[in-house]
Design a protein around this ligand. Structure first.
Ligand code: NCD
Length: 305
């Protein structure tokens, strides 16, 4: 049985297949309307979410399947002290596939050991978020037309930003990729990502605290929110939250063909005036997320049209 815990659980060829399916869905969604008829997706969200949960549910409904689940730990038996292992063992009897978000790193991996159906990691603490990366990859495919020879700037909370970790892992497999890591000292990329996916693979990278200095070198600028919920104290969050704000002024320093991505939700880090810039892709990115989740559900359930 296949799970998606880490983006590297999928080979480059499998990612290409998912992209091809997502493109086909985009072209002819009607064809996919009944692929998951009589299948049930459970969304177990122990942590808040709008996009990811709704996009999973919308994906399953668009495939003709059904959905059940909970959107906060307090409304599940976790509030009574039930373990993830027990919850998963039970939900395995109620659903054909499970998407799970949890504040603890590694929880979806534990879940996969106790599940009788495929588990999808929909975000585990400050660790990974592979299905956001699927959305990011389809966005890059559509907007840039390639995955190789790209200079990718990642800006903001690189420490706790799980979408950043998964995206670096995924992009580290393509030739000619460079990373530009833009963050305050305190929010630098953790070594579990930097060592294994950048240094050990000898991928060129630049580290900077200034967005202005490097923005002109980028093909992609991936902005992120400072992850308030992972801070131990409010003071640090307040001091760091507005470290980078992308404005129309700053966009003038960027290349004409640079794209701006963001996993959303946005807080202050991109001024709303940037939304009208054709280089801003973050709203399109959310739709691509749904298409890739449809393709992923089909793959893990081994269903074809
Ligand atoms: C991201 C997440 O949950 O990590 N959101 C999302 O799934 N689109 C990013 C974030 O919360 O900042």
């Amino acid at each position: 049985m296949r799970n998606l815990i880490n983006i590297l659980d999928l080979s480059v060829e499998e990612l290409d297949e998912l992209i091809a399916v997502a493109d086909d869905i985009l072209e002819d969604p009607d064809k996919y309307r009944e692929v998951c008829k009589s299948k049930i997706l459970a969304t177990l969200f122990y942590e808040p979410s709008t996009r990811t949960r709704l996009s999973f549910e919308s994906a399953m409904l668009s495939l003709g399947g059904q959905v059940l689940g909970f959107s906060e730990a307090s409304s599940s038996s976790a509030a009574k002290g039930e373990s993830v292992a027990d919850t998963i063992a039970i939900v395995s009897g109620y659903a054909d596939i499970i998407a799970m978000r949890h504040p603890k790193e590694g929880a979806p991996l534990v879940a996969a050991r106790h599940a009788r159906v495929p588990i999808i990691n929909a975000g585990d603490g400050g660790h990974y978020h592979p299905t956001q990366t699927l959305a990011d990859l389809l966005t890059i495919h559509h907007e840039k037309g390639r995955f190789d020879h790209l200079t990718i700037g990642l800006c903001g909370d690189l420490k706790f930003g799980r979408t950043v970790h998964s995206l670096i892992e995924a992009m580290s497999r393509y030739e000619g990729v460079k990373f530009v890591l833009i963050s305050p000292e305190e929010l630098k990329l953790p070594s579990f990502v930097k060592q294994e996916y950048i240094k050990d693979k000898k991928i060129p990278y630049v580290q900077s605290t200034s967005l202005d200095e490097v923005i002109g070198t980028l093909d992609i600028l991936y902005m992120t929110r400072v992850q308030k919920e992972r801070f131990f104290n409010e003071e640090d969050y307040v001091r760091l939250k507005d470290s980078y704000i992308l404005t129309t002024e700053k966009m003038k320093l960027a290349r004409e063909d640079m794209i701006v991505m963001h996993p959303l939700p946005r807080v202050n880090e991109i001024s709303t005036a940037v939304d009208d810039d054709p280089r801003a892709c973050y709203f399109r990115q959310t739709y691509y997320g749904k298409l890739m989740r449809m393709a992923l559900i089909m793959k893990l359930l081994d269903l074809k049209v």
